[in-house]
Design a protein around this ligand. Structure first.
Ligand code: BGC
Length: 757
């Protein structure tokens, strides 16, 4: 039975040998432009006319709530500023009661009664937490991804939040960078589709509805291209690469009507994004038509002093003049813009424009009509962390898992006999939600140990030992487990821990090893130069293998890791990323075979870090390698092949699929024409399964088939799908030959050829 069909497509703009593909996705749904009506403009003008310079600047100030707690609201420094009209919004404040209290100060005590925006990093769910974004992207399921954002908005708005700092759409091709966990991987087109799905999910059709919230696309731009994978680091690239590879997801989110955009920390062409006029005004507003508001990242304005482009007054003035509207946390705008205005360093028009855009956002959200629109205690009680939302988060988690290896059908395992569960991530509920899960109820998250125990009931016996700490170095473990995400470090020696694990493993029928990274080993400021599983865990794995029992590695990670040894030696590897609040139950669903895994990687797994950056859509050199490996004077390495360990698009299932040949409805198409590509996909295994079918020039099609069943998947290619930015940065399609490939991952050789005339 076919239960799901998604159509995904890729476009090849380079010659095919290197698989130098640019991913395209057929069937982008058209999204309406933001509804900034003339009536909003008029209302904004009428408010603006009443405002003093200080009040205008105040709207551009976005402090963090910090220790702003109920009871202290009236007397805190922020409260005083709100009263004086010196705050435009607040973030990092949770609970409807507290938010209501703060909103009341703004609308009852400030002179103009302008309501506040309430922001939060609602990144992958609110209290019902979905998989980390990189994991969720591996579902390739736009409907599910949109639903996850819808659910997050439903919960967050029920709890007082009206603005989320999501989606994060930075293209990421270097897994040393910890923030790859927050995005959708390496591909511009897949990233674009996900960006749009997220914006649709958060903002819905009507931003004024009390269950939709404003999206904030981040981090504009090129944040994922930090040199050396070190967070906040410099980026430097050609305009062609920006336009063809890194810009598309930001633009797609803008096209989908995203109400706000956050600037990135890095510099571009020598100027920090936060004050980069070309980026913020020329590209974003003039070329793409963005009419929402821009916010800096956390202290992004004051950090420009360290970047070396001036003192706080200079950098604040430069940011405003470049098109920045709101200053997150720095208070550079608040403390210096008036002076800059008096000294002629900025104009009142620049200030008015920024203020106008912030006010327009508040009108769009309906806050002027009802400042408490998102503050219903009843909704907070009834709509957050519901069983329905948690069930969706569990389903999403199962779709995000990627089966990397499954020798001799080691997985799924049976619910019988004795199962030994070992590893530092096995009983680690605080780590299940993953990085950037600000609103999570970590104490309630389902650990793997709980999930497996619940799933087996009385049919099998589960024995548990930690077996190893996250890392031998306690100081490293401390750095890797901040924000209460403890792994409850065991003070015993590595040997004592290992021996305990071996004792229980020896008498078990199967060993489930829960290992990898802690949740905060990826995410912000969690760059790594070594992408191995920490050595102490690897030692444990080796010892477990020596028992001769089947070992299943349940791999927790927020990024691609280097797993050559594991791939060679461990019979089964299930990559579960960080699955969210319901992770433990979801992993049990897949480990015991209730759900057949279908996730496919959206980021290449390298063999080693020396290959980085490694991604499938790379260009050919003039000396591409023709054979499998080393050839003198060809583009390759002496010590390792050019191949990844696991390519983009890779992922196994408990069943198998066979692909028929690629069929085209015609051999050539014109600029106004379209072409249909089809391929038969057959489930050749013994159980029902889902396969994400991928097509290059390019197309991916997902389907679920029953054993023995086959389905013809087809898609349409038109000119738009064959276009790219040329040397003049014009978006064009060039006549000539193209190839399409249809298969189960980006290395497929199943191809056909056509001509564009
Ligand atoms: C991050 C942003 C985040 C902001 C507010 C920054 O450090 O880079 O992604 O939205 O903090 O929490």
């Amino acid at each position: 039975m076919i239960t799901r069909t998604t159509v995904k497509s890729f476009l090849d703009t380079a010659s095919w040998i290197s698989l130098g593909f640019l991913l395209l996705w057929i069937g982008i749904s058209s999204c309406s432009a933001p509804a900034t009506t003339s009536s909003i403009d008029q209302r904004v003008d009428s408010v603006l006319a009443l405002m003093t310079i200080e009040e205008k600047i105040g709207q551009l100030n976005l402090p963090t709530a910090g220790d702003f707690v109920t009871g202290s609201a009236g007397s805190s420094d922020i409260a005083k500023k709100i009263e004086q009209g010196l705050v435009g919004g607040l973030f990092n404040i949770k609970s409807v009661t507290r938010i209501k209290e703060v909103q009341r100060i703004a609308v009852e005590k400030s002179r103009l009664k302008i309501p506040l925006l309430f922001g939060m990093d609602v990144i992958h769910g609110y209290e019902s937490v979905f998989p980390i974004p990189l994991g969720l992207s591996c579902s390739w399921d736009m409907k599910l991804i949109e639903q996850s954002a819808r659910t997050a908005a439903q919960e967050a708005t029920a709890d007082g939040i009206n603005w989320t700092f999501s989606p994060m759409v930075d293209l990421a091709r270097d897994p040393r960078w910890g923030r790859v966990s927050e995005g959708s991987g390496e591909d511009p087109y897949l990233g674009s589709m996900i960006a749009q799905a997220m914006v649709r999910g958060y903002q819905g059709d009507d931003l004024t509805a009390n269950n939709t919230m404003m999206a904030c696309v981040k981090h504009y731009a090129l944040y994922g291209a930090a040199e050396g994978g070190r967070d906040y680091n410099t980026t430097d690239m050609s305009r062609l690469r920006m336009y063809n590879e890194h810009f598309p997801p930001y633009k797609a989110a803008v096209d989908a009507g995203a109400g706000s955009v956050m600037a990135s920390f890095n510099e571009i062409d020598g100027i920090p994004a936060t004050a980069n006029k070309w980026l913020l005004t020329d590209v974003l507003r003039t070329q793409w038509g963005f009419d929402g508001f821009l916010v800096s990242d956390y202290t992004g304005v004051s950090e420009m002093v360290a970047h070396g482009i001036g003192d706080i007054q200079t950098v604040s003035a430069r940011a405003l003049a470049a098109g920045m509207d709101m200053d997150m946390v720095s208070e550079g705008f608040l403390t210096t813009l008036k002076k800059s205005l008096e000294e002629g360093k900025i104009t009142e028009k620049q200030l008015d424009d920024a203020c106008r855009r912030v006010l327009a956002a508040k009108f769009r959200l309906g806050l002027f009509d009802d400042p408490y629109r998102y503050c219903s205690e009843d909704r907070a009680k009834q709509e957050v962390y519901t069983s329905e939302n948690r069930a969706l988060a569990r389903k999403a988690a199962t779709e995000s898992f990627v089966l990397l290896k499954n020798e001799k059908n080691t997985l799924p395992i049976k619910k019988s006999g004795t199962i030994a569960l070992v590893g530092p991530l096995a009983d680690a509920k605080e780590n299940m939600p993953g990085t950037w899960s600000v609103a999570a109820r970590s104490a309630d998250a389902i650990s793997l140990r709980e999930g497996l125990t619940k799933a087996i009931g009385t049919s099998a016996k589960l024995v548990y030992a930690k077996g190893a700490n996250l890392d031998e170095d306690a100081a490293f473990e401390e750095r890797a487990t901040p924000f209460g995400k403890t792994l409850h470090r065991d003070p015993r020696s590595a040997t004592a821990l290992r021996e305990e694990a071996l004792r229980i493993a020896k008498n078990a029928d199967v060993i489930v090893a829960a290992m990898g990274e802690s949740a905060e080993m990826s995410g912000e400021s969690s760059s790594r130069t070594n992408l191995d599983i920490p050595a102490t865990q690897k030692e444990l794995l080796k010892a477990l293998l020596q028992t001769g029992k089947p070992v299943v590695l349940v791999l927790f990670t927020g990024r691609p890791l280097t797993l050559v040894w594991e791939n060679e030696n461990i019979p089964a590897i299930l990559n579960v990323w960080f699955g969210g609040s319901e992770a433990g139950d979801a992993i049990a669903d897949v480990v015991f075979g209730e759900v057949n895994p279908s996730g496919k990687l959206t980021m290449t797994f390298p063999q080693n870090i020396g290959q980085l950056p490694l991604y499938y859509a790379h260009k050919n050199t003039g000396r591409p390698l023709q054979g499998p490996w080393f050839e003198k004077f060809k583009s390759n390495y002496l010590d390792v092949t050019n191949e990844p360990l696991y390519p983009f698009g890779y992922g196994l299932s408990y069943t198998t699929f066979e692909y028929g040949s690629v069929k085209l409805d015609k051999e050539s198409m014109t600029m106004t024409d379209s072409l249909t590509v089809s391929c038969e996909v057959k489930n050749t295994g013994s159980r029902e399964g889902s396969e994400i079918v991928q097509l290059y020039v390019q197309d991916l099609v997902g389907s679920i088939t029953r054993p023995g069943e086959s389905k013809v998947v087809s898609f349409t290619i038109s000119k738009k799908d064959l276009s790219f930015y040329n040397q003049d940065l014009a978006f064009v399609a060039e006549p000539g030959e193209f190839k399409v490939y249809v298969g189960g991952d980006s290395q497929t050789k199943n191809e056909a050829k056509f001509v564009l005339r």
